[in-house]
Write a protein that binds this ligand. Structure first.
Ligand SMILES: [Zn+2]
Ligand SMILES: [Zn+2]
Length: 364
């Protein structure tokens, strides 16, 4: 079939909306009409080719939509079902079989190689293959996705809102609720007040953290953090020593810290803000980091942890987040700014500039 997609032709180029060919679903795959797609920082990383997805490509990995057609062997979805997309995993490796698809041994191949598991892509233009991203390529009016990359949603789910659950929101919320599992009354600092950071703030409040310190560089985001559950905020522009600033803001070092910025000095500050025995989590795409292991880590029995996709099993975790939202305890809709699909380049620019916390493209 023909569909409209945002094609990326070259590193750093703008997305070019044009007609592409989309092959139908093969065995185990599903054709979905996209209703909305979040714009994630990882799309931007791929657009700049710091993740070298072969070009041309159609990016986008926070899709939500309606099932149009199912391939052979898909017997638990049918046309008309509402679905949310998440990362791809193989379902057969040791980690997938242990219930940890976020550690899939083929994660990079299935999400970043530009190809589906069979080594081909369903997308093409003028007969030449176009790379798939995260096994979905949701910056398009339709996508063919492996069943394992889909989460069936309740029929009344608001697909515009649920689109970003499959990556950014589950990453922040899952780091808290799935990995750290902070005990009631504990303390946490969250560095970065974008989608991932604010999702972590909401999750920390949900988990009963007594002190939630949000660190960010923009006053409007810090104000929002306070509304979403932060008990203290630190404007990083006002301090040189952020670890000390976190300590001073709320009365002491924290049990847990999460960096969502990907900046090495912020990761180091997150580690410094932890009390002895505390844990710092890295969620951002971070380069090299130099620490004095004795003084900053081992000597105080601290942990520095990397977490991918919030340790989430999307089919288990996303319905929980939707239920928490329904109860008013996880109001992630407050992070969203909507753009028509045609304005994708404006949505990406606003995201990069911090004018939009979570840009979501809608398909009219
Ligand atoms: Zn696997
Ligand atoms: Zn993402």
């Amino acid at each position: 079939m023909k569909t409209n997609a945002a094609v990326l032709d070259a590193a750093g180029a703008a997305h070019r909306i044009s007609e592409v060919d989309l092959a139908g679903p093969q065995a185990g795959e599903v054709l979905v009409r996209i209703v909305a797609s979040g714009v994630c920082h990882t799309d931007q990383v791929a657009q700049e080719q710091m993740i070298p997805v072969p070009l041309p490509a159609v990016l986008g990995h926070e899709g939500a939509g309606i099932v149009v057609e199912v391939g052979a062997g898909v017997d638990d979805l049918q046309p008309g079902d509402a679905v949310c997309m998440s990362f791809a995993s193989c379902g057969r490796c040791r980690e997938c079989l242990r219930g940890r698809p976020f550690l899939c041994l083929d994660f990079n191949l299935l999400n970043f190689s530009g190809r589906m598991r069979d080594g081909t892509t369903r997308l093409s233009q003028a007969g030449a293959p176009v790379s798939v991203f995260f096994g979905q390529s949701s910056f398009a009016a339709h996508a063919v996705v492996n069943r394992r990359g889909l989460v069936k949603l309740p029929p009344d789910a608001d697909l515009n809102q649920t689109a970003p659950l499959g990556c950014g929101i589950q990453t922040g919320a899952g780091a808290v609720l799935n990995r750290l599992r902070p005990e009631f009354g504990s303390s946490i600092a969250v560095f970065g007040c974008g989608t991932v950071g604010l999702s972590a703030v909401m999750a920390a409040a949900l988990a009963g953290c007594e002190r939630v310190v949000a660190v960010g560089g923009k006053q409007s985001s810090l104000d929002l953090a306070l509304e979403l559950g932060a008990t203290h905020v630190v404007n990083r522009c006002e301090f040189d020593d952020l670890g000390a600033a976190v300590k001073d803001a709320g009365g002491g070092l924290v049990d847990y810290a999460i960096d969502t910025s990907g900046a090495s000095h912020m990761v180091r500050a997150a580690l410094a803000s932890c009390c002895p025995g505390g844990s710092a989590v890295v969620l951002g795409v971070t380069g090299e980091l130099t620490i004095n292991v004795q003084q900053e880590l081992m000597g105080e029995s601290k942990s520095l942890i990397g977490v991918v996709e919030g340790d989430s099993v999307p089919e288990v975790f996303l319905p929980k987040l939707i239920e928490y939202q329904r109860l008013g305890r996880f109001p992630f809709e407050r992070l969203i700014t909507y753009y028509p699909f045609e304005e994708i380049n404006a949505a990406v620019a606003d995201s990069a500039a911090g004018r939009a916390i979570k840009a979501v493209l809608t398909f009219g």
